[in-house]
Design a protein around this ligand. Sequence first.
Ligand code: OSB
Ligand code: MG
Length: 379
Amino acid sequence: MTIERIELRLIAMPLVAPFETSFGIETVEEHIIVRVDGDGITGWGECVASEGPWYSYETNQTAWHVLRDFLIPLVLENELRAPQDFPGLAARVRGHNMAKAGLEAALWDWFAKAQNKSLAEMFNAAQQVDATYVLPQEITVGVSVGLQATPAALVEQVRGFLSEGYTRIKIKIKPQRDVALVRALRAEFPTIRLQVDANSAYTLADADIFRAMDDANLLLIEQPLSNDDIFQHIKLQRELKTAICLDESIHSAEDAEAALELGACRIINIKPGRVGGFTQAIKIHDLAAKHNAPVWCGGMLESGIGRAGNVAIASLPNFTLPGDLSASRRYYQTDIVEPEFQVNAQGKMRVPTGAGIGVEVVQKNLDDVTISTRMFRKK
Ligand code: OSB
Ligand code: MG
């Protein structure tokens, strides 16, 4: 059981439509794909850093540097017995969670394939039904809708997603484009499962804006205040009936414990990339369950490689809220895996059952979107 080669690829995939958040507009998604090879087995992972340090400080350039110079040598110079060995090895590297998570994901896929188990099985997603344990066959998913030119355009976008089957809608908000959007949607769709995501665009001085949406029956308000903040969120959560959900503030199980015990939020968005990988994501899932706090799986506009891991982790039992896990074609004309991810008329997505990520990487599609490649070998 030895990893002999690791390949990095920077890829650029055009989005079917621009995605606008409070921190910017994305039209092309650039990610790093990590491939590990050994013993005739290939594992795939996706690093969800982006071009610029807007969502977090990581960029594809910082992730490439940290992977090339620090993380990949650690894997090639040490013998791993399980993917869970990686976080301990990588702990010397402070931060850079997305770089770590991209490589850890490839290791999970590689070890899962070596044991002929699906990722969901590796993550212990089986749930008790009567006397036996079974893996969930499908999960309920949602869609994250970017800022649109007008409230009317947003209403039409949402109508389209509802007609495709999605049963939970998240909208992006930013100052001046918030309460009016919620009101426009509630006027048209009074009972849908609706939530908002501010991506850290507000301060406590804006508390009135959140009070103004407190009666809109939102599932949650995601990351209203500063990235990394816990303290100010405690003060805001005290003022609101609606649950705050933290995204950018939670980088580890320790952060999650502080936020839940101190009352900074009542729900956590788990993105494996943001927390350094699936091992840490599972820790946060388990910790939140102990606190009776629901979690859901966030997204970073992943290709099918990253999506496969997210769908698998979202099948764990305390992922009780629908995730930002939409069909491949909601993001991309052509995905780099087969079969593509689909959503049915009830807003559900199937969890792959094959070994590892459970989908095949289509080499030609991957080559078509590759900007640069670099190979690393065991000495
Ligand atoms: O805050 O959840 C976020 C996309 C890029 C960066 C941050 C976020 C998002 C999304 C999209 O909301 C979720 C998806 O992948 O569908
Ligand atoms: Mg978010």
